[in-house]
Ligand binder design. Sequence first.
Ligand SMILES: C[S@@+](CC[C@H](N)C(=O)[O-])C[C@H]1O[C@@H](n2cnc3c(N)ncnc32)[C@H](O)[C@@H]1O
Length: 208
Amino acid sequence: MTEEIRNGYEQADWQKHYDENDLAWDLGEVANPFVRLWEDKVLQPGTLIVPGCGQGHEVIYFAARGFQVTGVDYSPGAEKLLRDSLRTKKLNAQVLHQDFFELDETHNQAYDNLLEQTFFCAIHREQRPAYVETVSRILKPGGLLFGLFYETGEEGGPPFNTTEDDIQGHFAAAFDIERLEKCSFSSEKRKDKEWLAVMRKKPEDQTG
Ligand SMILES: C[S@@+](CC[C@H](N)C(=O)[O-])C[C@H]1O[C@@H](n2cnc3c(N)ncnc32)[C@H](O)[C@@H]1O
């Protein structure tokens, strides 16, 4: 067994966090950089998917602003928190309780937008190619991935360290990287540790 797999999390490990209400990653609100992208009209209404959405502050925020939102998380605890919150706020969104990597073909090229936050760093490094394959499959050609990638600067995980080179190395073949910068308006606990990326899926004949 490799070091990464030994350190990696399975579904039961994530669910334990929900059982124990130990959600250290949870900002308690929508991440500010996504709010800015919306206010600056970079993020435009349409279909939007949030992989590994947790309790789904982004799902709630964008559902309230006219997006058709899909949140995906395989932990029952996350699903419950999100469904309760949607019900309380009288909002609609699709909540999928399943493995993100197993989204079926009805999701192919279905999304205009995808929001990445602390999911890429939550999965095993070995799953990163499958992440890129899945997001490429479900985004429309020209669809946008808005990502906050976490550079922990630490060994092991989760969260697994994500560098600028990791982002370039994994995404450049399938995406035009339109923006990649250290985020200057992250939450306090992620200050100077987040890469903000805006990446546009290339048309299929331009990938490779
Ligand atoms: C670190 S938490 C981040 C949650 C949320 N993005 C946030 O920032 O608050 C990672 C989440 O990904 C979910 N997750 C991990 N692997 C998954 C997979 N293969 N498919 C779906 N959800 C997954 C976990 O259940 C957990 O809720």
